[in-house]
Write a protein that binds this ligand. Structure first.
Ligand code: ADP
Ligand code: MG
Length: 759
């Protein structure tokens, strides 16, 4: 891990649109500052402070008309880009209830363009990951709500969740090194953006459903959405970083209407954990200025413990202070801005969280040890605990040598397990050279070739292929068998093999053409369709052809072998088709590919799959619309509940009552019941859509596979055609070749015409 660099927390002020903004408030988007200019005897009469002018500077002031994408770009992008580089990131929203924290972090419930920082961060992370092909990424997501010092897992999948208490409780553990761990907080692997967005949606739904007027969760709890990114860039290093996206509890304080002499600074937070958050910030501020205590009381609350790294630790952190500029909200807005100023003084130290993956290191070291041990044994020479090499070992060594000498490569795949083996190998090799070769004929040939230095690498590899070695024997029967005639027969073999390959390809195409041309008239023809019942027979026929040729010097054509009169009557037609296809292919143009594609026997399957895919797309679209509609209905109801709660509690507070003691609202209970029902339907449709998606992806994979196969088959076919033309041109004088060609298959005409057209 490298040395970290110091960085401060970036602070942004976002001003919520107001119906009647106070004229005591002013914002400056150029200088990035906000001004509160309140007369000593303020109209509202509740500001009792000697100062009357407050000015706060920010890294950015975001005006009332700013759109969510702008907020994302300015606030969220730098921490997220850090996270993608392996540095932790945190973005948190702070402000009084109703000032726009949730709107900023999660977004508005309805319009797509109102998506907040969390969904936008998700999209951004996945699209950036997709661009980085050199690394392997794994993303895990968790979502937690902290209410009254207890954590709740919002990603609990149970559809029966009705209250916060139904969610699994999360506890905080501190290990020996002082690191915190959250127990029972589920982490979900999210392979795609859609997975992650669904998790966010699940958590948000649980968040709204579990809220009751008694706990007023939205204003009194903190929510933390965490994205864990793990990147492997090759080697044995792994980079891990976390992105915390935090929607804090409302920062409003008691004694809002201010008793005489009570300064804003002394006003108490409703939420105790925000009080501890402030304590942490003050301690960090003092620490960074070199004054005061070094101890930072992170341990006092769950939220500060969890945010330990984000505040004063290894993290790139940004804060959004949300403020409301209506007259009666100004004092809270001033508190929020003041808190932000303290936060700006906190100094973090960021560094890339790169560590060695122990498993990969162990694997690498084990390999190294094995190599070193072997090397050592080799250097040490003969092993002390054994006698000389046995006959069996010597024989095995000889076989390995033969294989090596006979093979194409220059690398010997031999087991030099000791100096003894090495010495013996040299002895054997010497014997082989002296005796003009080894035990087997291929080695003999090769040895001679080495000595005469006559054969090149390409023909040597030809000679080692099984069909060629059979042919060499066959050729040798009729001739004296010198090296010159070997060369000739090699040439011949090359050409003939090329032809056999070409015929195979042609047959595949012809069989399909025949089937099409005859329109299913000839039953025998239908039988030779490779996709039909007799596919195995056709395949066997094709496989048998090269062997038949090498044994008899000529091979029967496929039509003769099929023994079908229908096939021979259509021979002329096929031949014409093939001739024209060869001509088309000669200039490698698009038309030749089209021609090939149309006669391609797998083409029908491709077309069928395409049609099916189209149909599935249609179904998916319809289902998707249903899912979106259900999602939107749920979101609207959630927003409705939220709105009513804020209004109700504001009313209660205004009346001097504690909202926590108010009875449940029957209207809200009704809406919740509807949400419950919608949730069930949503889940069902969503599952259907997910299954369909899997099916579609499968079809897409199938199609892609077929496409690639078509391409490579075409290229192979074309390659053979081209090669053959070249071969024919360069050796047109070899009458024997022409004769063999003609007798090779029953399609001699096709070969001759294609040869002529090339000249
Ligand atoms: P908080 O989470 O801070 O309690 P919310 O984000 O729920 O506040 O905002 C309260 C209401 O104000 C919501 O209806 C929200 O849609 C609206 N709102 C907040 N900020 C904005 C904004 N910048 N533009 C438009 N509407 C906003
Ligand atoms: Mg909120």
């Amino acid at each position: 891990m490298g040395k970290g660099s110091n960085t401060s927390i970036d602070i942004y002020c976002r001003i919520k649109p107001a119906r009647s903004p106070s004229h005591y408030f002013a914002s400056d988007m150029v200088e990035n500052k906000v001004d509160f200019n309140i007369p000593r005897d303020g109209e509202a009469g509740y500001v009792n402070n000697r100062r009357e002018h407050y000015e706060y500077k920010f890294n950015g002031v975001i005006g009332t008309d700013a759109k969510q994408d702008e907020v994302f770009e300015r606030v969220a992008r730098p921490p997220i880009d850090s996270v993608l580089k392996g540095i932790n990131g945190t973005i948190f929203a702070y402000g009084q209830t109703g000032s726009g924290k949730t709107f900023t972090m999660t977004g508005g419930a309805e319009r797509y363009i109102d998506r907040g920082i969390i969904p936008r961060s998700i999209s951004h992370i996945y699209s950036e990951i997709a661009k980085k092909s050199d690394s392997q990424y794994a993303v895990h997501i968790s979502y937690m709500e902290i209410y009254n010092e207890t954590g709740y897992d919002l990603l609990h999948q149970d559809a029966d969740t009705k209250t916060l208490e139904d969610l699994p409780k999360v506890t905080l553990l501190e290990d020996e090194d002082g690191h915190y761990h959250l127990r029972s907080l589920s982490m979900h692997r999210a392979n795609t953006e859609e997975d992650a967005l669904n998790l966010l949606f699940l958590g948000d739904t649980n968040r709204t459903i579990s809220e009751t007027p008694m706990n007023l969760a939205s204003s009194r709890s903190h929510c933390m959405f965490t994205v864990n990114v793990e990147a492997r860039t090759g080697g044995d290093k792994v980079r891990r970083s976390k992105l915390h996206l935090v929607d804090l509890a409302g920062s409003e304080r008691v004694s809002k209407t201010g008793v005489d002499g009570v300064t804003l600074r002394e006003a108490k937070f409703i939420n105790l954990s925000l009080h501890y958050l402030e304590q942490v910030i003050i301690a960090l501020q003092e620490k960074s200025t070199g004054l005061g205590r070094a101890h930072v009381p992170y341990r006092n609350s769950m939220m500060t413990s969890v945010l330990r790294d984000s505040l004063g630790g290894n993290c790139k952190t940004a804060m959004v202070a949300t403020i409301n500029c209506e007259m009666d909200q100004l004092d809270e807005s001033i508190s929020t801005c003041r808190f932000a100023q303290r936060v700006a003084m906190v100094s973090n130290v960021v560094m890339v969280n790169e560590e060695l993956d122990p498993n990969l290191v162990i694997k690498r070291l084990k390999g190294e040890i094995k190599d070193l041990k072997e090397e050592l044994r080799l250097v040490k020479g003969e092993e002390a605990d054994r006698g000389p090499l046995t006959q069996g070992e010597i024989e095995r060594l000889r076989q390995q040598l033969v294989t090596f000498v006979d093979g194409d490569g220059t690398d010997a795949d031999m087991n030099w397990s000791s100096m003894m083996h090495l010495r013996m190998a040299f002895t054997l090799f010497k014997d082989m050279v002296k005796s003009g070769g080894g035990p087997g004929p291929p080695v003999a040939g090769k040895m001679k070739a080495l000595a005469d230095n006559e054969e090149d690498g390409a023909s040597a590899s030809e000679a080692s292929s099984p069909s060629a070695s059979v042919e060499m024997k066959g050729g040798g029967k009729g001739k004296e068998g010198g090296s010159a005639s070997d060369d000739q027969s090699n040439d011949l073999v090359k050409k003939l093999r090329l032809q056999v390959q070409q015929r195979d390809n042609e047959i595949n195409i012809l069989v399909t053409m025949l089937k099409k041309a005859q329109g299913g008239v000839g039953p025998v023809l239908r039988d030779v369709n490779p996709q039909g019942a007799n596919a195995a027979a056709v395949e066997a026929l094709q496989r048998a052809r090269p062997a038949a040729f090498t044994e008899n010097g000529e091979a029967p054509g496929p039509t003769a072998s099929a023994g079908s009169p229908a096939a021979s009557t259509s021979k002329e037609m096929i031949t014409k088709e093939v001739m024209s296809s060869v001509d088309l292919l000669a200039d490698r143009n698009k038309a030749s590919f089209e021609h090939f594609r149309k006669s391609y026997r797998k083409n029908e399957a491709i077309e069928e799959n395409k049609a099916l895919l189209k149909q599935k797309y249609g179904e998916a679209k319809a289902l998707g619309e249903q899912v979106n509609a259900a999602r939107q209905r749920i979101n609207q109801m959630k927003a409705q509940i939220e709105q009513q709660r804020v209004e109700r509690s504001m009313k209660l507070v205004a009346e001097g009552l504690d909202p926590a003691e108010a009875p449940p609202d029957p209207e809200e209970e009704q809406v919740k019941a509807v949400i419950e029902r919608e949730k069930v339907g949503y889940k069902e449709t969503f599952n259907q859509l997910r299954d369909l998606k899997k099916e579609i992806e499968h079809l897409q994979r199938l199609l892609e596979q077929s496409r690639q196969k078509l391409q490579s088959d075409f290229e192979a076919w074309l390659g053979v055609m081209m090669k053959q033309k070249v071969a024919e041109r360069t050796s047109s004088e070899m009458g024997s070749v022409r004769a063999s060609q003609e007798s090779l298959t029953g399609l001699a005409a096709a070969g001759r015409v294609s040869g002529d057209s090339a000249v």
